[in-house]
Design a protein around this ligand. Structure first.
Ligand code: DAH
Length: 338
């Protein structure tokens, strides 16, 4: 004759076996193992048992409780699995996926990469300097005296500690010469800042590529020849380049560069794209002073320098009518260059 607890166990296991969902399992659990469930209540009943019976029945009670609990848990897990695979079965794996949008480089960035690639082939190495600069690198070392209009607060963003946002990338000329003796052939690409009135052709932040070549016997002919080569590589055959006299404190003579190209939408119009010239001896002397040597002896070395307006070049190359478009991040604009 099985013990009543064993009968309860078998009865509970049969019910668990025939349960069809989690709800039925829970009802069974409460019925047998709940606070006043028929198996649980044997805890109370044991108190009335003879002393020698207690450990035997106690052991049995534990076994029965464990067996029923284990059966409920394993059936619960099974129901859970069934539910999950049911949900998976509803997914149609033949449906098309969600495509990832592929980004593209900003037109200004594309312009920089094209320009840098051409200069690389011409033997220029990349140099760099910070956007936040001192007056030394932006003006003093570039032969720009304190009373020069470019130093006026109207044009320059000054920081409260006396430093400033560089107004041109010519700062990198000085940094490059301070850190290496001649001969030197470097370009530097980056942003420059001026307190300009913002309109279709002026922005408070714009971009330049600076070039510097220092060697023995560098002449204006080298400067003209190399910039002409660059412009033709960039804009294609049928590109004319014109040099017009100008003034910059850090070059003598100084020139402005104009281009016009049949390949361009704006056709026959001359457009100013760069400033350039032969490095002023005073610039070499300033560098020597900072280096504390005579490495850039103006009697021995000469050099040319240029600053290309990259926003302007990109506007010409891609026929973009307004410089503000570069910074507005309008996808309708940007997608045209993807
Ligand atoms: N720094 C000048 C500007 O931003 C451009 C320039 C002119 C750069 C002559 C040069 C140079 O290197 O030689 O207007």
């Amino acid at each position: 004759m099985p013990h009543p607890l064993e009968q309860l166990r078998d009865e509970a296991l049969r019910q668990i076996e025939s349960a069809t969902d989690e709800q039925a399992l829970e009802t069974t659990r409460v019925k047998y193992l709940g606070r006043s469930g028929s198996i649980s209540s044997w805890g109370e009943k044991m108190k009335a048992l003879a002393k020698e019976e207690k450990p035997v029945v106690g052991k049995l009670l534990n076994e029965v409780r464990n067996a029923v609990t284990a059966a409920i848990e394993s059936h619960n897990a099974q129901f859970h699995l069934q539910k999950e695979s049911g949900a998976l079965a509803k997914i149609d794996i033949s449906l098309p996926g969600t495509p990832h949008e592929i980004g593209s480089l900003h037109p200004l960035h594309q312009m920089h990469e094209r320009a840098i690639q051409i200069f690389r082939r011409m033997g220029f190495a990349l140099a760099e300097g910070p956007d936040v600069e001192t007056e030394w690198y932006c003006f003093d070392a570039l032969n720009t005296p304190p009373d020069h209009p470019a130093r006026n607060e109207q044009d320059t963003f000054y920081l409260s500690d006396g430093r400033l946002l560089r107004t041109h990338t010519s700062t990198v000329q000085i940094r490059a010469m301070e850190s290496a003796p001649p001969p030197l052939r470097v370009i530097a690409s980056g942003a420059a800042y001026r307190r300009d009135e913002v309109d279709a052709t002026h922005s408070a932040q714009f971009h330049q590529i600076e070039g510097l070549y220092v060697d023995e016997n560098v002449s204006v002919a080298d400067l003209k020849g190399e910039l002409e080569f660059f412009m033709r590589e960039l804009f294609g055959p049928g590109t004319d380049v014109q040099f017009r006299p100008h003034y910059f404190p850090f070059t003598e003579p100084s020139l402005e560069v104009y281009v016009r190209s049949k390949a361009l939408k704006r056709g026959e119009q001359w457009i100013e794209v760069a400033g350039c010239g032969m490095v002023h001896p005073a610039v070499f002397e300033a560098v020597n002073k900072a280096r504390d040597d005579k490495a850039y002896d103006p009697e021995k070395w000469s050099g040319y320098a240029f600053g290309l307006g990259m926003d302007r070049l990109a506007m010409i190359l891609f026929d973009i009518p307004d410089i503000r478009l570069f910074a507005q991040n309008d996808l309708r604009f940007l997608r045209q260059f993807a």
